[in-house]
Ligand binder design. Structure first.
Ligand code: CA
Length: 225
């Protein structure tokens, strides 16, 4: 799951991004309206978190500019503007949620998950494939009832495979979904993480297979083969 976080207060942006990343999201942080519109047009985000008071423009104009080309992407406005009129304006402009500063990172996380669960959103709470169950809120995985010990990157990768199970994922698509532009993957990162994930799942007798199609990509197959 990849998020765009638009916030000009760098300290807040850093702290909040760290919480989001620790919970399995790839986060691209930008500090101006212009960069926000550019990034949102260049990448497919699962959700956009938007401050309203930006140095170059108002957040509402960013929201409208992005919605005009990507109408489906959910927005959460995070702002110090707390009047009833501001909240109504933000929601009426097309934002899916509105959170007033100061906020707790845990609440923002819950709201991000909530907008991603809505129809058309990217997230369900529980994912299942074969004997694997993935709790996307608790960030835990069980294989036949036994908890798997996976690194953050392996969890993110497995989540992506499970969400797209049976469909081929190119290496580029995986990199785009898992890595923000501040943390580019090393050349073999996907191969290495996939190899480790396969081994750990195999050790727990998971009855799914992660197939590699050389030069094309990967897919997760849960029909027991
Ligand atoms: Ca601001």
């Amino acid at each position: 799951m990849r998020l765009l976080y638009v916030e000009d207060n760098e300290r807040l942006a850093q702290n909040t991004s760290a919480s989001l990343r620790a919970n399995g999201f790839a986060v691209d942080c930008v500090h101006s309206g212009e960069d926000a519109v550019h990034s949102a047009r260049s990448y497919d985000y699962d959700a956009i978190i938007l401050d309203l008071g930006l140095p170059d423009t108002d957040g509402i104009s960013v929201l409208k500019a992005v919605k005009s080309v990507k109408s489906q992407v959910p927005f959460i406005i995070c702002t110090a503007r707390d009047s009833l009129e501001d909240r109504i304006n933000g929601l009426d402009a097309g934002s899916d949620d509105y959170l007033v500063k100061p906020f707790d990172a845990a609440e923002l996380l819950a709201r991000v998950r909530a907008v991603l669960r809505r129809p058309g959103g990217a997230l369900g709470v529980w994912l299942a494939a074969g004997n694997i169950v993935f709790d996307t809120v608790g960030r835990t995985v069980e294989v036949a009832g036994v908890q798997a010990r996976l690194s953050r990157r392996e969890l993110d990768l497995l989540e992506l495979f499970m969400r797209r199970k049976g469909r081929i994922l190119s290496k580029d698509a995986i990199e785009n979904a898992l890595y923000g532009f501040d943390e580019p993957p090393t050349p073999n990162a996907i191969e290495v993480a996939t190899h480790r994930l396969r081994k750990k799942l195999g050790d727990l007798d998971a009855n799914v297979a992660i197939h590699t199609l050389r030069g094309i990509g990967y897919f997760l197959d849960d029909d027991g083969t």
